[in-house]
Design a protein around this ligand. Structure first.
Ligand code: ZN
Length: 174
């Protein structure tokens, strides 16, 4: 059973990739490439690995880091995030990146040279995050997740909405 397998993978990093290979991405399967385990310390639990030049209609890999196993998550929270948050991002990118090519290229350079992102890029990114958080919260499986997890996700959605408000109000003072 998935729940038991998740608990076993939490206790044993060596079988985490095998465990990920066994996961059914359900309706998101057509949009997701491999689920890759990265046994490294990271600020992330899991994230969509995207590439600036990846065209639409190409599956995106999802990277799962130690935090998705080592934090006090349960199977329901793990699966809800993997499918209805990261799977959602994979579907968005498959259907057409929320950022146009010029924005993606400019983001590549701002990251490389440690510059500041354009406001439009940040706003688009926050809007995509808002859709992903809303999608995972609205899915019935969210109600099966632990209370701590639900609170954390709702908190992240609120923080992100604050950023959206800030970025939307931005204007040039002359
Ligand atoms: Zn996200």
């Amino acid at each position: 059973m998935n729940k038991d397998y998740y608990e076993t993978a939490r206790a044993n990093p060596e079988i985490r990739q095998e465990f990920l290979d066994s996961i059914d991405m359900e309706e998101y399967a057509p949009f997701v490439g491999e689920l890759g385990y990265r046994g490294v310390e990271s600020e992330h639990t899991m994230y969509l690995e995207w590439h600036i030049f990846r065209p639409r209609k190409v599956k995106s890999p999802i990277i799962i880091c130690n935090r998705a196993f080592d934090e006090a998550w349960d199977w329901e929270s793990f699966y809800n995030t993997l499918l209805h948050h990261e799977g959602f991002h994979a579907k968005s990118f498959y259907l057409g990146s929320p950022h146009n090519l010029i924005d993606r290229v400019s983001n590549f350079f701002t990251k490389t040279f440690h510059l500041k992102n354009s406001r439009k890029f940040d706003l688009n990114r926050c809007l995509e995050e808002d859709r992903a958080y809303s999608n995972q919260i609205e899915h019935p499986s969210f109600l099966e997740c632990s209370r701590n997890f639900q609170g954390a996700i709702i908190g992240s959605l609120e923080i992100n909405r604050g950023k959206i408000r800030m970025l939307s109000n931005w204007r040039i003072d002359i």
